[in-house]
Design a protein around this ligand. Sequence first.
Ligand code: ADP
Length: 301
Amino acid sequence: MAEAKATSCSTCKETRCSAKEQRPNETPEMYADRMAIEQRLCRIDHKIIVLSGKGGVGKSTMAANMALWLSLSDKETGLLDIDFHGPSIPRLLNLEGASIDVRNKTMIPPETDSGLKVMSLGFMLRGRDDAVIWRGPMKIGAMKQLLRDTEWGDLDYLVVDCPPGTGDEPLSICQWIENPDGAVVVTTPQELALLDVRKSINFCRTLDLPVLGVVENMSGFACPQCGEIVDIFKKGGGEQMAREMSVPFLGRVPIDPEIVRSGDAGELAVGQKAGSGTQQAFDSIGKAILEQITGSQNRSK
Ligand code: ADP
């Protein structure tokens, strides 16, 4: 359970907090934004950013399953969905139609039955089929608002579902979130996705953002009859790429029609009864991520 922390800067004992000083390259406006976001997120112990080189590789599926897995493992967890290219998290977690409670200019995130707190751009759209044309400044404004105004309270973990790629949006998010534990990079095994994921890893290196590891999604096919994994396309590319780029490999998830069915029904795989190969895959990826986080904490002691 998350330990209760100071609720305002005036009662906080953290002396090294970077929100206390304006950086040389920052305008007063940039500093005010960074300070507001930092104050909002400083009661969260661990922050995990989920990235992918391109869309459609299962990044949101992975972020939602990872966050639910943490929440079902008795960790106070939040999931922040800032993917403009289709905020799918409310549907995946059966929170479509949930409304945000606004109190004292802060937004209270809706919760799943398991107590996972969820904030998503999707809650701000009127209907699931609405076409929203996001211009650049609107995107930056919406991202800032979600980060600055969501009241998470004390959390053990915050999982952030970022927009895909290495452009302005993931860049701004990674720069606003101070001291994240690192990034989980999701890919599929095909060469085209792997080309993009190499860029994601180099993006993390440029920003000094630790890479917690790579997940290879849609790796082999889980037979709905017998559960056996059949390698219909390709497998292992993500693991090999992780080795070549000296980053941890966290595990693989097969193509599983159950992931599509359960996602559409708002009943994620990790929330279902134990035993399926896919569920075991999510379980082992969750454990591998925790090991990376606790291992790096022990190393820095
Ligand atoms: P992204 O966030 O990278 O754009 P999503 O998580 O939205 O990708 O997934 C895209 C689609 O692929 C969704 O319909 C999702 O249900 C499906 N999907 C994701 N991972 C798997 C998988 N391992 N097996 C089968 N379908 C999957």
